[in-house]
Design a protein around this ligand. Structure first.
Ligand SMILES: [Zn+2]
Length: 232
């Protein structure tokens, strides 16, 4: 960048300062998206090092997983909520990428997660994808893939039905519907692999459970789950 461009960049930064996506303080030149203080103090779960963590337990007896974890605790009114809101609704896909890299640099140190071959994001229905412009789970997957040296597969798990309007239904009714929502395309591409299924937030786990059931129909597959946040 030449002197004139640097001057211009500084001037633009003065007029439109870059703010931390979690606490809204002005970022320093060396910071990107999340300030150092937030990065240090975000409510990390450490679930990736606890085989019997609460996210993993949600799937016990339902789907056969190698491991499951979430990076952060999601609390109403907290920094993670602000971060996730900006990520999903303020056209900031790079937040997912950054959180993916943070998660990936932790998971790569774990003997189970570091054997992951491919990362599969929970798919959005194509109508919803068009509306938002990006799949937030795929952004998270991209960041993870960089650190885990795995590939991202966005074509093998397909969402057949748009479930956006289902939020008011009971959990049971929702899950009955969910079973029919996902399908596997070209299963031979996943055969024998360790797949990491990823989503942005895990709450009841019904969406992930339905995706896991579809993926577990692939022969000799090993499956783990990771999400950005766990909502209590
Ligand atoms: Zn901050």
């Amino acid at each position: 960048m030449n002197l004139r461009n640097t001057y211009l960049a500084n001037f633009i930064n003065l007029l439109f300062p870059q703010l931390c996506q979690a606490c809204k303080t002005t970022l320093l030149g060396t910071e990107h998206l999340i300030c150092t203080d937030c990065l240090y103090h975000l409510p990390y779960t450490n679930f990736y090092n606890q085989p019997d963590n609460i996210v993993a337990k949600q799937f016990w007896g339902k789907v056969d997983l190698q491991a499951a974890c979430a990076l952060l605790y999601f609390e109403k009114g907290g920094k993670v909520q602000e971060l996730m809101h900006n990520f999903k609704y303020n056209n900031a896909p790079q937040i997912g990428n950054k959180l993916g890299e943070i998660t990936g640099s932790l998971l790569v140190q774990n003997p189970i997660y570091n054997t992951v071959d491919a990362i599969v994001p929970v798919p959005l229905h194509k109508k919803r994808l068009r509306k938002r412009g990006y799949n937030q789970s795929a952004c998270f997957a991209e960041g993870l893939a960089k650190k885990l040296q795995a590939q991202v597969s966005e074509t093998n798990l397909i969402r057949k039905v748009n479930t956006e309007t289902q939020t008011l239904k009971s959990r049971f009714a929702r899950f009955e519907n969910m079973k029919e929502v996902f399908a596997i395309h070209k299963p031979e591409q996943l055969t024998g692999k360790h797949i990491l299924l990823v989503d942005d937030i895990v709450t009841t786990g019904s969406t992930l459970e339905a995706c896991a059931q579809a993926l577990l129909t692939v022969p000799n597959i090993k499956l783990s789950i990771a999400t950005i946040a766990y909502a209590v």
